[in-house]
Design a binder for this molecule. Structure first.
Ligand code: SAH
Length: 447
């Protein structure tokens, strides 16, 4: 069955938004295909794997729309633009229900009013096109070839304009984009971070050498065109690596960071610090998580995997104390600074593995009333989960961007004395398959 074209019916969808079809009894997952559709697909074999791609849709789903973005099929950053937003929300609701309905019913997903232009962190790579013009965009697949992208409809609009201006300035000053293969050239990437409430903008120029010829003029022209830029940082990355940022940083203009407000607290955002990328939905997410926790003034809260301390600081005024733990040293520094910035005195941050930290808390028999946990995509681990059981908080609020690992961890928790009280999906990343889920749990003997 090499490079064969056949007609198939899509019988379901996987968690990544691909359509499931059955070919010769085998399940194949096809991008850009919607459940219920009939399509002609091309089947091709790559080593052990059989893949298929859509050639033509024969019977369309009601959910199918024309993607808004002209780069949709090439870019890969979004996976669901061929579905109406309502269709995307139904798909995400379905994913969570299939995984979690055996615990209890799932609340209706909280979507966005306007599901575009939401990202506050924008990354663009520079290169030349065939005609020798400077282009900016993304790497195509696993190659070093850059696909030019002039407008991205899920990113803050202001970033595209700034990146376009930088391309023009590069042309005027004959500044060369960096070439991944030869190691020649200067400007590698542009990172733009935007504050949703503050309107502040940070531009990070990732360059291959600390010698920036024409620096003064470059900055002057960029600021003249974009007075909204609050700070410009140069980051030197001279290694042959796919990592975007290098270790050396120099502030070229402004303070080197921007600020933004989330649920009433101000946060400093530096080039490297982790910050939620959809500010509107982050407030929706945090407010719902806090609502589920039903906090009171006498309780002690643990914020595990706390990042720059966002949840800790936001809940601090509602409780007695908050303890935050985070593996990334820089994020912990940011959390401590953010507490100072907001005059908050009842938060304590620790730089440790969440599991190890929990074991020591359990040994010291520390009383924790509520735990918020927000682990990375890989989920939590047995070390952490078993010490939760020992620590025995009454309430546990588990936020996750990967429902598969979250469900795996819920199995452990529900076997060991917790019950699921509420499940709330939130659409943090419209146009992509990603879905965030908050699960509220309660220690059984406290009900
Ligand atoms: N709650 C934060 C951050 C969530 S992202 C927010 O809402 O902004 C997940 C965080 O877990 C990251 O900051 C990552 O550095 C941290 N992390 C990953 N593994 C960890 C571990 N084993 N122990 C503690 N923190 C960890």
């Amino acid at each position: 069955m090499k490079n064969e074209r056949i007609k198939v019916k899509c019988v379901g969808m996987d968690e990544e938004g691909k359509g499931i079809v059955k070919i010769n009894g085998r399940e194949i997952h096809v991008p850009y295909l919607i459940e219920g559709e009939t399509a002609i697909v091309e089947v091709f074999k790559k080593r052990k794997f059989t893949n298929a791609k859509v050639i033509r849709i024969v019977e369309k789903s009601k959910k199918r729309v024309m993607p808004e973005c002209q780069y949709y099929n090439k870019c890969g950053g979004c996976q669901l633009q061929h579905m109406s937003y309502q269709g995307q929300l139904e798909f995400k609701q379905d994913v969570i229900e299939k995984l979690m309905i055996h615990y209890r019913s799932v609340n209706k997903i909280l979507g966005m009013k306007d599901p575009y232009f939401y990202r506050n962190k924008i990354h663009s790579t520079l290169s030349y096109d065939k005609k020798g013009m400077v282009i900016s965009g993304i790497y195509e697949g696993n190659t070093h070839k850059v696909t030019p992208i002039e407008q991205c409809i899920i990113q803050d609009r202001r970033a595209d304009e700034i990146i376009a201006s930088i391309r023009k300035i590069m042309k005027t000053y004959k500044m060369k984009p960096y070439n991944e293969d030869t190691g020649e050239g200067f400007l590698r990437h542009i990172l733009v971070k935007t504050g949703f409430v503050s309107n502040e903008i940070m531009v990070v120029l990732v360059v291959s050498s600390k010698i920036f010829i024409g620096k003064k003029n470059f900055i002057k022209i960029l600021l003249k065109k974009h007075p909204e830029i609050k700070t410009i940082v140069m980051n030197v990355n001279n290694r042959k690596t796919s990592a975007v940022l290098g270790n050396r940083e120099m502030v070229l203009y402004g303070k080197g960071y921007i600020e933004d407000t989330l649920c009433g607290c101000v946060f400093q955002i530096s080039p490297k610090s982790f910050y939620q990328i959809n500010p509107i939905q982050t407030e929706v997410l945090y407010n719902k998580a806090i609502d589920m926790a039903k906090l009171n003034k006498n309780e002690v809260v643990l914020d595990a995997y706390c990042g720059i301390g966002t949840i800790s600081l936001i809940v601090s005024s509602k409780v007695k104390n908050v303890v935050g733990v985070e593996l990334n040293k820089d994020a912990v520094k940011d959390a401590i600074n953010n507490a100072k910035r907001n005059n908050i005195r009842n938060t304590y941050f620790y730089n440790d593995d969440a599991g190890d930290f929990m074991i020591s808390l359990a040994k010291e028999k520390k009383e924790i009333d509520t735990v918020f946990m927000d682990p990375p995509r890989s989920g939590s681990d047995e070390k952490f989960l078993s010490s939760i059981i020992k620590l025995a908080p009454k309430k546990l609020i588990y936020i996750s961007c990967n429902p598969v690992t979250q469900e795996r961890d819920l199995r452990y928790l529900t076997k060991h004395g917790y019950i699921v009280k509420e499940i709330q999906p939130v659409d943090m990343f419209p146009q992509t398959y990603h879905v965030e889920t908050i699960v509220g749990l309660r220690r059984k003997d406290t009900l």
